[in-house]
Design a protein around this ligand. Structure first.
Ligand code: GLC
Length: 438
C-alpha cells in the first residue's frame, strides 16, 4: 500500500483498515458543483476569511408553514388549495416575538452568523417587498411587519453576520412546473426573483451571505441545469452591484463562493480543499413540526467535529413555531452546544481542517498557526497521529492536563490517562515548533 510521504513521513507505514477506508471515500455531497462559471463574480479569499474563521452559523426556517406544523413543504406535499394557504397569512401575527430572541439564541449557541429564510418555495415574503407577486408578504398581511428589517437590525446589534435565504422557485406560478410551455408565467416568477433580490441586497445595507435554494425547475434536475432559465450570472451581478462583498452560495446555478452539503447524513472521508458548508436541521424537519425528533447532543457535536476537521462550516437549522418560539428541548440543545463551544472553541473557531487527514470515526484535526487540535472520537482506536516534520513542544488535553508522548518517523503517539473524561470529542492540543505548512 502506497502511503503519501507528506502525511505519513517517508518510511513505509502499514495503515489500519479504518485509515484506508476513510482515505478513499467521502460522503460529502456537494449539491451544485456544476454551476455556471463567471470569474468576475468570485470573491477573493481575503473577502471570505471572516466566514471561514466563523465556522458556526444558525439557520432559521420560519414562515406560513410554521402555522400548520407539518414542515415547510406542506403546501406542495398536501396540495393545499391556494385560497386556503393564502388565508394563513391572516394568522401570521406573532405579537410576542422579537428577532432579538433568535439572535440571542444564535449567540448562546456559538454562531457567528445567521441565515434566515426570507421566502421559501411557498412564496410568502417576510419583508416589505413591492416586488412580491400579488403582494404576498408579512408587511401586507396580519402582522404588517418587515421581519427582514427586524432580523438584520437584531443581528447587527448582537454582532452577528447576516445571511438571507431566498428561494427563486415559487409554487404559486404554474410556469414553475412548465417553464417552457407556460413561459410567460415562468417569466413573471423570474421577474419577481430579480426584483426581490434587488430589494434584499439593495435596501438593507450590507448583507453578508446570499443563500439561495431551489433554483431547479419543476423539481427536476439540479440548480445548475436550470441556469438557462434563471441566468444566474445576471442575477448575481445585481447582488455584487448592491453589495460587492456578499458571499453567495452555489444554489442559484452560478458556481458561487462556497459549496453546500445538505442534510443530516454523516460526514466522512478526506479534507475538502475548497470552502464548503454543511447545512442541516437540529430536528428531523426544517420547518416547525411539534414533537419532532431532536438530534442527540453527542451526535451533533461529533457531526460538527467531522465537518470542521474536513475544513467545512456548520450551519444548524431551527424551525420556530408560528409565534416565533422554539421548544424548550431545542433551546436547551442549542445552548448545550454553545456551552461546549465556550469550553472548546479554541479548537474550532479560526481553525482550518488538517494538517492530518481524518480517520472516519476515530479522529480528525484542526489547526491554527503552530497549534494543532486532535479531535478524538474514539480514544481506544486512536493509535498514532501521522504528523511528521514538526517537533512537538507541548501536548496536553485541551482541558489542561499534560500528556506524555513520543515522536518517531511515523508520527506522534500519546499516552492517555486512565481516568480520561468521557465526552463526544476528546481534544488534545499540540504546540509545534513552527506554524503548520511551513
Ligand atoms: C431542502 C429542502 C428545503 C430546505 C432546504 C434547506 O432543499 O427541500 O425545504 O429549505 O433544504 O437547505
Amino acid at each position: 500500500m502506497f502511503v503519501p510521504p507528506s502525511i505519513y513521513g517517508n518510511k513505509e507505514y502499514t495503515m489500519t483498515g479504518a485509515e484506508l477506508q476513510s482515505m478513499f471515500k467521502s460522503s460529502i455531497n456537494l449539491k451544485s458543483i456544476d454551476g455556471v462559471q463567471c470569474e468576475e463574480l468570485n470573491l477573493q479569499p481575503s473577502d471570505m476569511q471572516w466566514w471561514r474563521d466563523a465556522k458556526i452559523g444558525m439557520f432559521v426556517h420560519w414562515g406560513l408553514y410554521s402555522i400548520l406544523g407539518r414542515g415547510e413543504w406542506v403546501r406542495h406535499n398536501e396540495q393545499i388549495p391556494w385560497a386556503t394557504y393564502k388565508a394563513l397569512a391572516d394568522q401570521f401575527n406573532p405579537h410576542n416575538f422579537q428577532m432579538d430572541e433568535l439572535c440571542t439564541l444564535a449567540k448562546d449557541f456559538g454562531a457567528a452568523y445567521m441565515v434566515l429564510v426570507t421566502k421559501h418555495h411557498d412564496g410568502f415574503s417576510l419583508w416589505n417587498s413591492p416586488g412580491s407577486y400579488e403582494g404576498f408578504t408579512t408587511f401586507n398581511t396580519a402582522s404588517h411587519r418587515d421581519f427582514v428589517r427586524e432580523y438584520i437590525d437584531a443581528c447587527r446589534k448582537a454582532g452577528l453576520r447576516v445571511g438571507l435565504y431566498y428561494s427563486p422557485m415559487d409554487w404559486r406560478f404554474p410556469g414553475y412546473f412548465y417553464p417552457k410551455g407556460l413561459r410567460k408565467n415562468a417569466e413573471l416568477m423570474k421577474q419577481q426573483c430579480y426584483t426581490q433580490i434587488a430589494e434584499l441586497t439593495g435596501n438593507y445595507g450590507p448583507i453578508d451571505i446570499m443563500w439561495y435554494d431551489g433554483g431547479w425547475l419543476a423539481h427536476q434536475g439540479t440548480d445548475a441545469s436550470s441556469a438557462w432559465f434563471w441566468e444566474p450570472v445576471k442575477l448575481n451581478k445585481i447582488v455584487r452591484q448592491n453589495n460587492p462583498k456578499t458571499l453567495i452560495n452555489p444554489r442559484s446555478g452560478w458556481e458561487g463562493d462556497f459549496q453546500c452539503d445538505e442534510g443530516p447524513h454523516e460526514i466522512t472521508g478526506r479534507i475538502l480543499p475548497i470552502p464548503w458548508e454543511k447545512n442541516m436541521s437540529i430536528s428531523s424537519s426544517w420547518g416547525f413540526v411539534p414533537d419532532d425528533h431532536v438530534h442527540n447532543f453527542d451526535w451533533l457535536i461529533r457531526m460538527m467535529v467531522n465537518v470542521i476537521c474536513r475544513d467545512g462550516n456548520w450551519l444548524l437549522n431551527v424551525g420556530p413555531d408560528k409565534d416565533g418560539k422554539l421548544t424548550p428541548e431545542i433551546i436547551g440543545r442549542m445552548r448545550k452546544i454553545g456551552a461546549w463551544l465556550k469550553t472548546n472553541g479554541e479548537a474550532v473557531y479560526k481553525t482550518r481542517g488538517g494538517p492530518v487527514e481524518p480517520v472516519d470515526g476515530v479522529f480528525g484535526t484542526t489547526y491554527r498557526e503552530n497549534n494543532v487540535y486532535i479531535h478524538i472520537l474514539d480514544t481506544a482506536a486512536f493509535v498514532l497521529l501521522p504528523l511528521t516534520g514538526y517537533r512537538i513542544i507541548t501536548c496536553r488535553l485541551l482541558s489542561g492536563e499534560s500528556l506524555p508522548f513520543t515522536q518517531n518517523t511515523h508520527g506522534v503517539s500519546i499516552v492517555f490517562p486512565h481516568n480520561l473524561p468521557a465526552g463526544p470529542d476528546t481534544i488534545v492540543h499540540l504546540t509545534l515548533d513552527k506554524p503548520v505548512w511551513t
